[in-house]
Design a protein. Sequence first.
Length: 314
Amino acid sequence: MSTKETGTMDNDTSKPSIAFIGLGNMGAPMAENLLKAGYTLSVFDLSDAATKRLEKAGACVAQSPKEAASNAQVVISMLPAGQHVHSVYLGDSSAEGLLAALPKGTLVIDSSTIAAADARTVAEAASKLGIDFLDAPVSGGTGGAVAGSLTFIVGGRADAFAKAEPILSAMGKNIFHAGEHGAGQVAKICNNMLLGILMAGTAEAINLGVKNGLDPKVLSDIMLQSSGRNWTLEVYNPYPQVMENVPSSNGYQGGFMSKLMQKDLNLAMQTAKDTHVDTPMGAKATELYTTHAQDNGDKDFSSIMGRHDASVLF
Ligand code: NAD
């Protein structure tokens, strides 16, 4: 289907064609921003609802990762976890991986948050086939994905980074080259370990105030202008109705699922263990999210507020 038929912007043939795999809470708005910037997109996701959204926005829908990549110079993936990235690129017992089907010189950008070791494994396999691989996890949440203001934290060779930069700029505002393969993932899990600690701590502080008679909005405004200020208070308050257009004011739907935060905290803990680094606050946040995700795994990670006041979850 041409983008003209759907009434969206004409694609620019001087730009590389892109295959986009994984169109969830993050991938869908990221892919939409590439279309808006004039890129031709072929997309694949296991979910029909996810691909329909992109078809409406002007993308071609493929039936497999290979079909999506058949005419693409660049492949971007935004998948839940390491096992999904592994099976898409390297294959599993049921199918051969995508890497084997890509022509030499293809640029592969994986923006999923996965273990640095998994990213290095895929990068090594890609390199043997003459394919450039970058780990390029993001920060900024679904709001940043929609606004095209994500931070990309990239690991891989400098020449591949230079090729990727203009494409990433269509989806993000700050594009960092963190270092070699895997460096993007290490930086990302350091950030998310801190985010898990901040979200759990912010929910705890708001609860303490509310249980002592304070209005959550008044308390949040005070902390925003005081030394407890942090990203969660600025753009992602965990208490319902303090802020508009955040998951806590929408039944904790959408956003960044608690089970994904739990995954990232586990990645941070594994890295800390492997490298003999002490992370007691990270360990506590991991414990809190592990318990919380048992019954609230699909809810946004700000639903950790419900640990203190279960009524906010319903
Ligand atoms: P999501 O679960 O909403 O989306 C993942 C998508 O991948 C789903 O649509 C799923 O159907 C699809 N998928 C799974 N396996 C597939 C396969 N084999 N082939 C094709 N599609 C497949 O997750 P999300 O929130 O979009 O997160 C994606 C990644 O980004 C995760 O690694 C997460 O940790 C990271 N991340 C998320 C956020 C956030 O705020 N949601 C922020 C930063 C980073």
